[in-house]
Ligand binder design. Structure first.
Ligand SMILES: [Fe+2]
Length: 219
């Protein structure tokens, strides 16, 4: 079936997964800050678990931004006129987020080694700065950019974004994070979009793995 209705449903699915993913980034950046702040000095085991979780978070956010950098900004800049400043602002915000992530990479590596109290506080401060920049971007993206994308992107471009999005969620930790955040209706739609075999793999192997990961991370 390749009718217009099906394409529209897919487009709707891509938008929903994007929306849920933005909520995941809001949630996980807050939780990371709270969880790292609670680690006792010298608890290297706990620091190692949270450092690993931070790297998954960073991977998901980087993939998400790369997808937007490559698939969203070029077609929009080619079509918008007066609203080009919105797209350029998004690009600049992505660069600012990347700077905060680079600072976090260094801070987390320094903390992970011995789980020192000062190093932990540096990570928490860097997470706080990162979150402020990220939330400003997500709020702006939702208010100013998404209406442009809805107006100017073709169904085919939405489909490309969707493919990139699904590839970026490979692995139970990222996929599980999206399903955890999704409402029951959103969850049903995301799972319906999977091939039947992938759905079985998720229930049998992915979901228990995600549950174990989250129990370790949230303590
Ligand atoms: Fe973005």
């Amino acid at each position: 079936m390749r009718g217009g209705t099906k394409v529209s449903v897919e487009t709707q699915g891509v938008r929903i997964v994007h929306r849920v993913l933005r909520r995941v980034f809001r949630r996980e950046s807050r939780l990371l800050m709270e969880l790292v702040a609670a680690v006792r000095p010298g608890d290297t085991a706990r620091a190692g678990v949270l450092a690993g979780h931070f790297r998954l978070y960073r991977l998901a956010l980087r993939r998400h931004h790369q997808g937007q950098d490559e698939l969203l900004w070029p077609p929009l800049l080619a079509r918008v006129d007066l609203e080009a400043d919105v797209v350029l602002r998004m690009q600049a915000q992505h660069e600012r987020v990347a700077v905060t992530l680079a600072r976090l990479d260094a801070a987390v590596a320094a903390w992970e080694a011995a789980a020192g109290g000062d190093e932990r506080d540096t990570v928490v401060a860097a997470l706080c700065d990162h979150r402020a920049v990220l939330l400003e971007h997500l709020d702006d993206e939702e208010a100013a950019l998404l209406p442009l994308a809805a107006r100017y992107l073709t169904e085919r471009e939405w489909a490309c974004l969707g493919e990139r999005l699904v590839a970026g969620l490979a692995g139970p930790a990222l996929f599980g994070a999206v399903l955890e955040e999704a409402s029951p209706a959103e969850r049903a739609l995301v799972l319906r979009g999977l091939p039947a075999a992938a759905r079985v793999v998720w229930y049998v192997a992915g979901r228990p793995r995600y549950a174990r990961h989250i129990r370790r991370v949230r303590g």
